[in-house]
Design a binder for this molecule. Structure first.
Ligand code: 5GP
Ligand code: ZN
Length: 292
């Protein structure tokens, strides 16, 4: 039983004073947890699992080239610095915002950025490449906050770092696997060529290059009437390999790819397509999610 987005958002999420930022209700979290476990069951063997915090090193993100492509989406952690007198006077003058100083942390805009820096620490890749399963609460300074666009949301990613063939085959294996996953959840979907929201006029060129070279695909699922990107399948070529000097076993620059799951969007898609009570969802969907 389909539910309108205008019904499901207030039923499942609570507004907490800022656009696109929500508290999650227990039923929302229950489905999120069970979906996370279902996704884990699709993990390939020999995958390293890491859970990242919602903040990451500013320098690491700068080195990754994020400011060239998406400066408009970045959030930086800023703090009051100095002795007690300086901080107290900044607060009491009411001008504390102008006294803030950028710290060494930014809010993670995607889960996979720390993986490449981590690999850079350990030398050459093994013959078979390396696989990761990572997750983080992500922040994006979105210009709009329509239903399903959150400023703060959880991203789960599977990442491959290896030869060009390993990175491409990893993505090719994941597209049918992700199709199978959403088919078990009885969600309507489409996999479409896509591009990232690159900054500025130069960004349009980067976006059309991404489409031409088939670097990004998205799985689009209707949430209410709006088709919404709930997963992405990304091939980075040697972007992170060159940036971090990552080498394959035979010394060539490594390539990478990642598959990203937008957890809140997937959970909203389940409620939007099957109704507000998970215990009334189709039996096969409940079985896939282990919702007895
Ligand atoms: P990408 O890195 O491809 O832009 O994002 C990966 C996934 O994160 C998307 O497919 C989507 O599911 C999720 N995501 C991206 N932006 C937002 C957003 O503004 N709100 C929510 N809820 N999820 C997002
Ligand atoms: Zn990624």
């Amino acid at each position: 039983m389909k539910a309108a987005i205008e019904t499901i958002m207030p039923a499942l999420l609570r507004t907490v004073g800022a656009a696109g930022v929500y508290a999650r209700t227990p039923v929302f979290e229950e489905v999120n947890d069970r979906l996370s476990l279902l996704i884990s069951r699709y993990r390939e063997p020999a995958t390293e699992v890491l859970h990242f915090p919602p903040v990451m090193s500013r320098q690491l993100l700068e080195t990754s080239g994020y400011l060239d492509s998406f400066p408009h989406l970045l959030g930086c952690v800023s703090c009051l610095e100095g002795d007690e007198m300086k901080i107290r006077s900044a607060v009491e003058s009411g001008g504390w915002l102008t006294t803030l100083k950028a710290s060494e942390l930014v809010l993670a805009p995607a889960a996979c950025y720390p993986v490449y820096a981590l690999q850079a620490e350990v030398g050459r890749l093994p013959d078979e490449g390396r696989l990761f399963d990572v997750s983080a609460f992500c922040f994006r300074h979105e210009a709009t906050s329509e239903a399903g666009r959150l400023q703060s949301f959880r991203m789960r990613e599977f990442v491959c770092v290896g030869t060009p063939t390993q990175a491409l085959e990893f993505r090719s294996r994941w597209i049918p696997r992700a199709r199978q996953l959403v088919e078990r959840l009885e969600l309507p979907y489409e996999v479409v060529a896509a591009s990232d929201p690159f900054f500025g006029r130069g960004g349009q060129l980067a976006a059309s290059r991404q489409i031409e070279q088939s670097l990004k695909f998205e799985m689009v699922i209707p949430i209410g009437s709006a088709p919404t990107a709930c997963m992405s399948f990304n091939y980075h070529l040697d972007h992170f390999g060159s940036t971090w000097s990552l080498r394959t076993a035979d010394g060539a620059i490594a390539h990478s790819s990642c598959v990203a799951f937008g957890m809140e969007r997937l959970v909203l898609a389940l409620f939007a397509n099957h109704g507000l009570d998970p215990w009334q969802w189709p039996a096969a969907v409940r079985e896939a999610l282990h919702l007895a």
